[in-house]
Write a protein that binds this ligand. Sequence first.
Ligand SMILES: *Cc1c(COP(=O)(O)O)cnc(C)c1O
Length: 424
Amino acid sequence: MDFKYTQEFAESMDSSDKLAAFRDRFHFPKHNNQNKIYFTGNSLGLQPIEAKEAIQQELDDWSKFGVDGHFEAKNPWFSYHEDFKPLLAKMVGANAEEVTPMGGLTANLHFLMVSFYAPKGKKTKILCEAKAFPSDQYALESQVKFHSLNPEENIIELSPREGEYHLREEDILSKIEEHKDEIAMIMIGGVNYYTGQLMPMKNIAALAQEKNIIVGYDLAHAIGNVELKLHEWGVDFAAWCSYKYLNSGPGSVAGIYVHEKHGDNKDLNRFAGWWGTKPDDRFLMRKGFEADFGADGWQLSNAPVLAMAVHKKALEIHLEAGMDRLIEKQTKLTSYLEFILESVAKENNGLSFEVITPKERGCQLSMHMKGSGKELFNKMTEKGVVADWREPNVIRIAPVPLYNSYTDVYQFGKIISESFQELK
Ligand SMILES: *Cc1c(COP(=O)(O)O)cnc(C)c1O
């Protein structure tokens, strides 16, 4: 596609964008009474305007019914999570029994690893990406220690080649091949939070299955951002949060996926709780845990309904837009951003940065700044841009197809130029 670095071009792209109207369904933080250029949907997605009404419904039912809301609320709280299953299944490419909303992301990773990281004999190691999101690193380390093993010896990290920023698929696959007899589990972020690289999830999962290795993905930066077919790919387990690309609010409820081949496996270890039992058993208060089938069997606690009310509304908005259409727009919008960044670098002698995100990606681009990146970042922030600074020198920008526009991207280019000129 032939892009142009002009306002007219950006506006014409917006006027032919079938998803453009979704922008009006979100609250934007303001700068001089204008919408800020919000490019941090990868960190905290914007609030759907309908969120308030969704929470209000549950508050009203709570005031009206008290405890009886578990069965008498408009959306009965006892079975609240059940409505999410078809929605989440569509988001990750799974069957409804394979997914459930629950808990928090890091906590869920732990619960899933209790079941799926089972070091035995020579197979004791975990393969992950180097510099994974810190919470994931801590979770992996502490899981290894939990089995009285040494993390130094039992965590294999995948690093980019010298002088490169992202992983090559061939290197990931050959590492698996090389250590196939020692790896118990692969746990990788589906989209890397720092570089924005989309991992070859399908091919990793295929090789893992061939080598009898469990494979789990952290989908924090992947869900609602890229196409996922967890069931078809044969992924064993996955977990995600809902406050990034899923717009469900700060710290809102997370979710899990467990492949149906494990759905009825009584031999797996589990840290169990009452919500993981079959619905008919849940209020019988009897001794002896019997897991419900599928992902629901990993639930522990009753649903945090107020947060989940927003989550459900946000998922409905995503599916109304349609993941296919979102991904189609995302490809164009991010390519436009890449084009704008190239144009801005050309027109500003001395402005130096490198986009370290490969072509395999979702909507995020990461700019590796050379020279005074932090001052430039601060200047752009003063001008109403919300982007994200990661030490030591990376700016992450995520134009989100659900609510960002081509004009946002164009204006962002103008602001980088202005900020750079003012600092010279
Ligand atoms: C955002 C993110 C987290 C955050 O974990 P919480 O438990 O939700 O606080 C963890 N891992 C990755 C890869 C993330 O991107």
